[in-house]
Design a protein around this ligand. Sequence first.
Ligand code: F6P
Length: 358
Amino acid sequence: MKIAINTGGGDAPGLNAAIRAATLAALKRGWEVYGIKNGYGSIFTDEPFVKLDAQAVQGITLQGGTILGTANRGNPFEMPYQKDDGSWGTKDVSDQLVQTFEDHGIDALVAIGGDGSMNIASKLIHKGLNVVGVPKTIDNDIYGCDVTLGFDTAIDIATEAIDRITTTAESHHRLMVVEVMGRYAGWIALYSGIAASADVVLIPEIPFSYDSIVEKIKERESKGRHYTMIVVAEGAKKKDGEIVTKGKTPGQEVQLGGIADQLADELSERTGKESRSVVLGHLQRGGSPSTYDRLISLRFGAAAIRCVEEHDYNKLVVLQDNKLTRIPITSIEGKMKSVSLESDTVQTARDIGICLGD
Ligand code: F6P
């Protein structure tokens, strides 16, 4: 048996642990293991696969990032390329990818990635590849998963950052706005905001109004609390649907971000209070994984190999109700896991007086 491992999309703490467990579990079964470099990027080069042995994955559980490299522009169905006139277009090179797998006798692909990677995996399955998925993203928004690898570390980092910024907010009697990642779902903002005792938490699932935030600030002022901590997910939007956009990757869609600045300016204007904004950005994605992330990543990696061993393909290994199980990758295509407004976590935020902007 020959397997290939790919890491696609944004990096997340725990990727290397998953690579290590998958590699060791496969080697233990006497299989050959190959890594795909830079999120399918190497597939289209002279050296599509790099052999992984025990030595290659030694001591990487605690390392952030991915030893295989990754790429946001690794979608073989829409591979960006620069045209002669300098503009960007996309082309479908998926047949070339499938052919390369065949040419090298790869029996199965372990695709470690987020919703984008799983959508690609789903399409590759339709083209006849044997794929097993491992859920990765700090955003925790993959459908059908209790938790994705990388999320726990991200909320730890965000919580610590909010804690630290709170002391400055209090000392300077300021409004502080902390922007965390979460393009489509507010898991990081909600969990770290609650854990760090933020006063306002804004998530994409609950469109916010400035009036409601101003009311919260005024209420705090009237109680002698002359500072307010606001945590905002980068994908949060106002009730009128306005989304702030900033930054582009050539050949890719516009990405969200920059909402913290807008909030800090507008709230300062409306309350007369001094404000500052902080964007945590990629701090949340880098560095060593937490113990929990190491463990679930190792469990996911090893579970993926058990799937391959049983020829149980087209499966994503997931944690549901704290148990490892498998769901069809094709069943989650185009879906996403949002924060449920009925969840006890949202209720908890409301019960302890956090303003959710609605
Ligand atoms: O990993 C997902 C994510 O963290 C999003 O929340 C964020 O918008 C995005 O990655 C940013 O990725 P990059 O700037 O590396 O393209």
